[in-house]
Design a protein around this ligand. Structure first.
Ligand SMILES: Nc1nc2c(c(=O)[nH]1)N[C@H]1C(S)=C(S)[C@@H](COP(=O)(O)OP(=O)(O)OC[C@H]3O[C@@H](n4cnc5c(=O)[nH]c(N)nc54)[C@H](O)[C@@H]3O)O[C@H]1N2
Ligand SMILES: Nc1nc2c(c(=O)[nH]1)N[C@H]1C(S)=C(S)[C@@H](COP(=O)(O)OP(=O)(O)OC[C@H]3O[C@@H](n4cnc5c(=O)[nH]c(N)nc54)[C@H](O)[C@@H]3O)O[C@H]1N2
Ligand SMILES: [Mo]
Length: 557
């Protein structure tokens, strides 16, 4: 998020929630937003194909066809131009490439936007007025925007909207993607991405490589294979690696021979389960670090027991870039060990067999951490945006959002107040492209997938909680009443849903949460996981799968 949760909830005059089921998937922030609507009259526009719970609080609900967010956003911006609501001063002072961008937006008059999205023209005018005339306005999104082959384009177009309205770098405004996993922001910040070291320092930059090689006592030269011993000569690689969604199919192409998986359950969470099973069956070596046996653990050659959040000390970085202490609450269970400890033991053993290692006085060579604070000290030294975020400051109760480069820096709850990271904000012309799969005669319905309040992804944790299973004990598929009549679904009927990849049977929940022609399924239960049906077509830049759109047929069983 460019802004903090409190800032958005307290300062925004209007919210635009697009592709986020905020009350079910981010209940704490969802509550703050509902309170803002109820108690201080903030306006709320929700753009979501489904009638999710937060639409009960919306000033206006736009129910676009899935995968049509670009014509929707461009259509809104077209109206903003027509009415002269754009922030001319912000555009002039803080942005560039405006003319090219405007030319593209002009190709999306409201009538055309309406035709593609299915939203009536009057509603587009109403939405544009609410969003443009209640300033500051905060845009909030999640997976409904990103899990598409146009995920990156969707995000860029929302940034266009916020620059057009001058809502960047201001309290109560901003671009606010809600991160999902408790520490996914921290994982990305620490370089859990194929193209960057911690703090988004590119692996392709010679200066950055030299800095890390020096600190870690490694040869800055490229990673090579020693011909005689056929072991890897460890330098720091400047090659951009693979994303998860490339590693998996890479197994069948011979590009991936071993996998070290920590805290993921790809059999449940990756698209096209049948394909994932095939990949995991043939991989040479699979090491899995887990807190429970999972659907994936049956494929593991070695299963190592990590510890849950309640058994560890360290920090999590949340969706608003705030770093928070997590303290061990219960003793480690059984043979489980800290995840960082296991990883460093493996690393040490790999390093021990590595020729050509530069053994100098490198401050952070050897993986010799004794506790999480020592890991944090290394982060402080090598990760500029975390330079001033120490356990001591967090323990003293400071609220620190990165960037926080030095010990006396107060942190940065709002980004881009004076300028953008690249200087001027660059408007990007963004055009619509249809989803990879479209309903046809064989598969006439559209499947959307996601979560429910009571479960967490593959369900390894939540399906072990008795109370949650009592409330939500089996997968339900949302089916519109019109479709239910056509199918003959009545009461607790089970339906079979089939796509080009597979088939599941689940109980239908007849509800107008979904529009006619669309069903919605989750991936919380192995016997009826939506990922048996989904396909692995990826966004070309972010490599995120199009989980939100699959063509299916639905039958009564
Ligand atoms: N209870 C619970 N909470 C969770 C999680 C969990 O598993 N359980 N997971 C966490 C994680 S990791 C994540 S990433 C977040 C995800 O949080 P969300 O992204 O809010 O959750 P999703 O269920 O993926 O659904 C997103 C919304 O996008 C809508 N949508 C579908 N297609 C489109 C489209 O084409 N355009 C638009 N604009 N909207 C569309 C859906 O109807 C849905 O309301 O939740 C986090 N919170
Ligand atoms: N169809 C469909 N598929 C999706 C999505 C969708 O919307 N639709 N959403 C996608 C998204 S946004 C996400 S984030 C993924 C999530 O997918 P995953 O990350 O695979 O799912 P999780 O269930 O969150 O976590 C996986 C495992 O981590 C283990 N675990 C928990 N805590 C710890 C720990 O501290 N240490 C270790 N070592 N293990 C731990 C749990 O036991 C669990 O089995 O799913 C993706 N898949
Ligand atoms: Mo996620």
């Amino acid at each position: 998020m460019s802004n903090s949760m409190d800032d958005v909830a307290q300062q925004a005059k209007a919210f635009f929630i697009i592709g986020s089921n905020t009350t079910e998937q981010h209940p704490v922030f969802g509550t703050l937003l509902r309170r803002a609507v109820i108690f201080r009259g903030a306006k709320l526009v929700v753009a979501d194909p489904r009638k999710i719970d937060i639409t009960d609080f919306a000033t206006l609900h736009l129910r676009q066809r899935p995968g049509t967010d670009i014509p929707l956003i461009n259509g809104l911006m077209h109206i903003i131009f027509e009415k002269g609501w754009e922030d001319k001063t912000f555009i002039e002072e803080r942005t560039e490439n405006f003319a090219e961008f405007k030319t593209t937006v002009m190709n999306y008059p409201p009538e055309k936007a309406s035709e593609i999205t299915g939203i009536p023209v009057e509603k587009l005018y109403e939405a544009a007025e609410i969003l443009a005339t209640n300033s500051p306005m905060a845009v909030i999104w999640a997976m409904g925007i990103t899990q598409h082959i146009v995920g990156v384009r969707n995000v860029i177009d929302l940034a266009n909207l916020q620059m057009l309205l001058g809502n960047m770098g201001k309290p109560g405004g901003g671009v606010n993607p809600l991160r999902g996993q408790n520490n996914v922001q921290g994982a990305c910040d620490m370089g859990g991405l194929p193209n960057v070291f911690p703090a988004y320092q590119p692996v392709t930059s010679p200066d950055v490589i030299e800095k890390f090689a020096k600190a870690w006592g490694l040869d800055p030269g490229p990673q090579t294979v020693d011909d005689k011993t056929s072991s890897i000569v460890h330098g720091l690689s400047s090659k951009v690696g693979m994303t998860v969604t490339e590693m998996m199919p890479g197994i069948l192409e011979g590009k991936t021979r071993a996998l070290y998986i920590l805290g993921e359950d790809p059999v449940m969470s990756d698209p096209d389960t049948k394909h994932i099973r095939k990949c995991l069956e043939v991989i040479d070596f699979l090491l899995l670090q887990e807190i429970f046996p999972s659907e994936t653990s049956v494929y593991a050659d070695v299963l190592l027991p990590g510890v849950s959040f309640a058994e560890k000390t360290g920090t999590f970085t949340n969706t608003e870039r705030r770093v928070q202490m997590v303290r061990q609450a219960i003793p480690t269970q059984g043979d489980a060990r800290n995840d960082w400890w296991i990883t460093s033991q493996i690393a040490k053993r790999i390093l021990a067999g590595t020729p050509n290692r530069v053994q100098n006085e490198a401050p952070y060579s050897g993986w010799e951490y004794r506790n999480a604070s020592e890991v944090m000290s290394e982060i402080n030294a090598l990760t500029p945006s975390y330079g001033g975020i120490t356990h001591a400051r967090l323990e003293a109760g400071e609220r620190l959002h990165w960037p926080c480069p030095t010990l006396d820096h107060p942190g940065t709850p709002i980004l881009h107040t004076k300028q953008f990271t690249r200087g001027k904000g660059k408007f990007m012309p963004i055009d619509h492209a249809p989803p990879a799969e479209k309903p046809d005669d064989d598969y006439p319905m559209l499947l959307s997938t996601g979560r429910v309040l009571y479960h967490w992804h593959g369900g390894q944790m939540t399906r072990r909680a008795k109370g949650l299973m009592q409330v939500y004990g089996e997968a339900l598929v949302e089916v519109n009443p019109d479709d239910a009549v056509k199918l003959g679904v009545n009461g607790k009927t089970h339906v079979r849903i089939t796509s080009r990849r597979g088939s599941i049977k689940a109980q239908a929940w007849v509800t107008d949460r979904v529009p006619p022609g669309m069903v919605y399924a989750n991936f919380h239960f192995p016997d009826a996981s939506a990922n048996e049906l989904t396909h692995a077509t990826l966004d070309p830049v972010a490599k995120i799968p199009e989980y939100k759109i699959t063509a299916v047929k639905v039958e009564l069983v």
